[in-house]
Design a protein around this ligand. Structure first.
Ligand SMILES: *[C@@H]1O[C@H](CO)[C@@H](O)[C@H](O)[C@H]1NC(C)=O
Ligand SMILES: *[C@@H]1O[C@H](CO)[C@@H](O)[C@H](O)[C@H]1NC(C)=O
Length: 226
């Protein structure tokens, strides 16, 4: 009786933690199929001037293919001195926060790319899940992303006010190869600034964190690889 009850409980807990494809905010197909979605939500508050960003995404057995199209860009603002893993987030970037599993993560990957084709690649340790003041908040950098199987290519079209970045992220980074059927959590962002506005930034994203802080992991969307 007790055993039956406890295995029932284990079952219920497991199904409560995982989520079905139906309740996922995003279903990622195997390449060459892709899925696309756009975002222009103001963070933390409603902002009808947030520029539109389109993400196109799919997976292979070993890689996540993640393309950003940043529309309505007027500034293409970056610091040309900045290299891999420098603070490119202070200027204009598009970003993906990625975690394997269903829970609100405490550890996740922060990926960013700027209009100068420079990337930021860090594993974030955020045990408070909200970057609470006075609690640990660490970044462990991936120091050789291109040696590790990452890829990036970024092109600007100033006439059309758009920049596009094609990215490959190795799934082994998450113990996530052959991801079909697995559940993940992700959020996507974009920062906007200009030489005039810097260091102020307009923050836009997919799932609103409701604070001028991207590191609130309960906000991450539910993602299923299908
Ligand atoms: C934003 O970009 C889209 C796609 O290019 C375009 O259709 C739309 O008119 C633009 N919006 C503004 C406010 O410029
Ligand atoms: C972007 O950077 C990557 C990695 O260094 C390189 O392979 C690619 O050719 C670059 N693309 C552009 C357009 O500069």
């Amino acid at each position: 009786m007790t055993r039956l009850l406890s295995s029932l409980l284990v079952c219920l807990t497991a199904s409560a933690l995982a989520f079905s494809a139906n309740s996922a905010d995003l279903k990622i197909p195997a390449c060459p199929s892709t899925t696309s979605f756009t975002y222009n939500t103001g963070i933390p508050a409603k902002d009808p001037t947030c520029p539109l960003t389109k993400v196109t995404i799919c997976y292979t057995p070993t890689q996540l293919h993640l393309d950003f199209e940043a529309y309505n860009e007027t500034n293409f603002y970056f610091d040309s001195k900045q290299k891999t893993n420098d603070g490119i987030w202070a200027y204009e970037v598009v970003e993906a926060f990625i975690s394997k599993g269903s829970d609100d993560p405490q550890t996740y990957f922060e990926y960013e790319v700027n209009p100068n084709n420079v990337t930021y690649n860090a594993i974030v340790y955020n045990p408070s899940r909200v970057r609470a003041t006075g609690t640990p908040f660490e970044h462990a950098y991936i120091t050789d992303p291109f040696g590790d199987g990452f890829a990036v290519n970024t092109v600007l079209d100033k006439k059309k006010s758009v920049w596009k970045s094609t990215n490959v992220i190795p799934l082994g980074l998450f113990n996530g190869e052959n991801p079909k059927g697995s559940t993940w959590r992700m959020n996507f962002f974009r920062t906007v600034t200009s030489p005039k506005k810097y260091p102020d930034q307009q923050l836009c994203g997919w799932k609103n964190t409701h604070e001028a802080n991207f590191h609130i992991t309960s906000a991450f969307g539910k993602v299923k690889f299908v």
